[in-house]
Design a binder for this molecule. Structure first.
Ligand SMILES: [Zn+2]
Length: 59
């Protein structure tokens, strides 16, 4: 198995990890209830997707 020739320096390691950050999901308002939801995902508040009820909700 190939092994790195040199130890990665603290600076190089920190420079690489400086690009790793928390992912903020793309949120958009639900056209049915106006609640923020992830795009391309059934609305967790009203259960609507693509203009119709897909998942039954309590309210
Ligand atoms: Zn909704």
């Amino acid at each position: 198995m190939a092994v790195p020739a040199r130890k990665t320096s603290k600076t190089k390691k920190r420079m690489r990890r400086g690009n790793i950050k928390l992912q903020v999901p793309n949120l958009s308002a639900c056209p049915n209830c106006g609640e923020l939801r992830k795009s391309h995902v059934v609305c967790p508040n009203c259960g609507f997707y693509d203009g119709r009820q897909v998942v039954k909700t309590n309210n």
